[in-house]
Design a protein around this ligand. Structure first.
Ligand code: R5P
Length: 279
């Protein structure tokens, strides 16, 4: 039994097409802006799917309201599937007086949910803040399947050392070589990168990251690969948190840009729904 919040409406048709049983839920706003939720079904177990992209706060509130309604209706086992987890980047205190925001959200969800599933969390360590079972799912299968044919005998690259595991997971599914760039962030909109130590001349390349925001990282990497003689340059990311104009800028710099549908965007061509239904 699956309940879909407003942050997962874009996944509804595919969930249904793949055999997921959806409970109807009414979601609207009171005149003062507060959320109204009514769940029109019940059972022993339920999975609430809700991605918390902007506006984030109201999607988090929905997760709590839907869970409260389901518990009220007697649901005993509750799972939250949160493909994009808001506040995940605020995972440490940098100035005295700040919260660890991801901890606050995880603990709040833990008041209602027994299990939490997320995709490619910014810092997987922070799952420890959720009091129940918490799992960080990988989009590697979905990304690998999407790019398998386009990439051929190509190579998979991570834009920095921290993203290597992600690139490795995709490469291993395709039986391809992988490596990483060295990246240094100079400002929120500017990065410095050193070329990779593998020969990309005449080869197709897929660069894989967790997030594309301004697109600066991917554009810099793509330009370096062109200088190094790469054939086709493809880029993929789990979460398309695109800043204004970023989709156009990245698309112009590469042969194809595709992200997963944890966030609905015009280039969310890679689906994580089969992974959600496999849970
Ligand atoms: C950084 O640690 C992340 O993994 C991404 O590389 C970063 O968020 C991408 O940002 P942008 O698209 O603005 O370069």
């Amino acid at each position: 039994m699956i309940v879909v919040g407003s942050g997962a409406r874009h996944l509804e048709d595919e969930i249904r097409a793949l055999g997921g049983e959806l409970i109807e839920v009414e979601i609207r706003k009171f005149p003062d802006g507060e959320k109204y939720v009514r769940v029109l079904g019940s059972g022993e177990e339920a999975t609430v799917v809700q991605s918390t992209f902007a506006p984030q706060d109201e999607k988090i509130i929905e997760l709590l309201l839907i869970a409260d309604a389901l518990r009220e209706r007697g649901v005993e086992r509750l799972r939250a599937v949160v493909p994009y987890f808001a506040y995940s980047r605020q995972d440490r205190v940098t100035k005295e007086g700040e919260p660890v925001s991801v901890r606050a959200v995880m603990r709040a969800l833990g008041l209602y949910y027994d299990e939490l599933y997320v995709f490619d969390l910014h810092n997987p360590e922070t799952l420890k803040f959720f009091p129940g079972k918490a799992v960080n799912l990988s989009p590697a299968r979905a990304i690998a399947e999407y790019f398998a044919e386009r990439l051929g005998e190509g190579i998979v690259l991570a834009p920095d050392r921290g993203a290597l595991e992600r690139a490795a997971a995709v490469a291993e599914k395709l039986g391809l070589e992988y490596s990483h760039f060295e990246k240094r962030r100079i400002s929120p909109t500017e990065v410095q990168m050193r070329p990779v130590d593998v020969d990309v001349k005449g080869r197709n390349v897929l660069i894989v990251d967790d997030i594309i925001s301004t697109g600066g990282t991917m554009i810099k990497a793509a330009n370096l690969l062109r200088e190094m003689g790469a054939e086709k340059v493809f880029v993929a990311a789990t979460h398309g948190v695109f800043a204004e104009g970023a989709i156009g800028r990245v698309s112009r710099a590469v042969d194809e840009l595709a992200v997963t549908n944890t966030i609905p965007t015009p280039v969310s061509r890679i689906s994580i729904v089969p992974d959600v239904l496999a849970l």
